[in-house]
Design a protein around this ligand. Structure first.
Ligand SMILES: [Zn+2]
Ligand SMILES: [Zn+2]
Length: 278
């Protein structure tokens, strides 16, 4: 089945950090309400509003296109009607308000991700937001995972690179328990990776491949289609943990439920592909 562009955005949003997800869902709702009113668009709108706890709209959109004799639709409608009658939009998520902060930080150098913006690990915003760690304004907001007890909303790239964010919130960007399992990598490199490197967002626990005695550099979220477009189909090496997927390359779709993560060895420059599924 062909997945619409809007459905893909919805799926991608579900994998973002809470803050980016909410912002993207509001953007998606605005875009969907301004385009052609198709059944699929109404279904996505209903899902978006249901996720944001706007049950009146979620129910309205689904009820216009649902097929009452379809058990799945009927169940969903019943649930939305119930939520609408119980709470309506009282607990709906508020549309993010941009607070004006001055100044903006620059992108520092990351050893294990030299082009973090292109790799999609930061979101670039029009107006700077306040970093929860240093308090400075930043247009570059980290959108990957951060494993800590506190869950800061906004982290600037400088606070990641300096290790300040990891120290202040006692957190890690990549799980060091996993990284330490790889043999022959100096402890300092594990610290660099886990505490000072922005991480991609995986379906499962993020795994970071190593090659030639060091961790690789993260390049991009990819599907097999992108690998072919980059001309890497014959040279890319599957990470040991993802070798099984080399027999099922067609399932690896960027933004799909079987996602590829492209890395490159810092030493021999070989491309390494890691894959996980939802
Ligand atoms: Zn900061
Ligand atoms: Zn290598």
């Amino acid at each position: 089945m062909e997945i619409s562009e809007f459905r893909q955005r919805y799926i991608a949003a579900m994998r973002m950090s809470e803050r980016s997800k909410i912002a993207e869902l509001f953007r998606l709702a605005d875009d969907l309400e301004s385009v052609e009113k198709t059944e699929e668009n109404y279904r996505i709108l209903s899902d978006v509003y249901s996720h944001l706890d706007y049950y009146t709209k979620a129910y309205k959109y689904l009820s216009e296109v649902a097929n009452p004799s379809n058990a799945k639709d009927a169940k969903k409608l019943y649930h939305l009607k119930d939520r609408m009658e119980q709470e309506g939009d009282r607990f709906a998520v508020k549309r993010p308000r941009k607070t004006k902060v001055c100044g903006s930080v620059k992108m520092p150098n990351f050893k294990y991700c030299s082009k973090p913006l292109e790799a999609g690990l930061f979101e670039e915003t029009d107006m700077p937001e306040k970093c929860d760690c240093c308090g400075k304004g930043t247009n570059l907001i980290y959108s990957g995972p951060f494993y800590s007890e506190e869950d800061p909303d906004v982290l600037c790239p400088q606070c990641i690179a300096s290790g300040k964010a990891a120290k202040k919130f006692h957190g890690e960007f990549v799980d060091s328990a996993l990284a330490l399992l790889l043999p022959d990598i100096p402890k300092a490199n594990v610290t660099e990776l886990c505490k000072k490197t922005p991480c991609y967002r995986g379906w499962q626990q993020e795994y970071w491949p190593a090659h030639c005695g060091d961790f690789c550099e993260f390049i991009a979220y990819v599907g097999w289609k992108e690998i072919v477009e980059m001309g890497l189909e014959n040279s890319v090496e599957f990470a040991t943990e993802a070798e099984g997927y080399s027999e099922h390359k067609e399932y690896i779709v960027n933004g799909g439920s079987c996602q590829g993560y492209l890395f490159r060895c810092l030493n021999c420059k070989k491309y390494i592909l890691y894959v996980d599924c939802d």
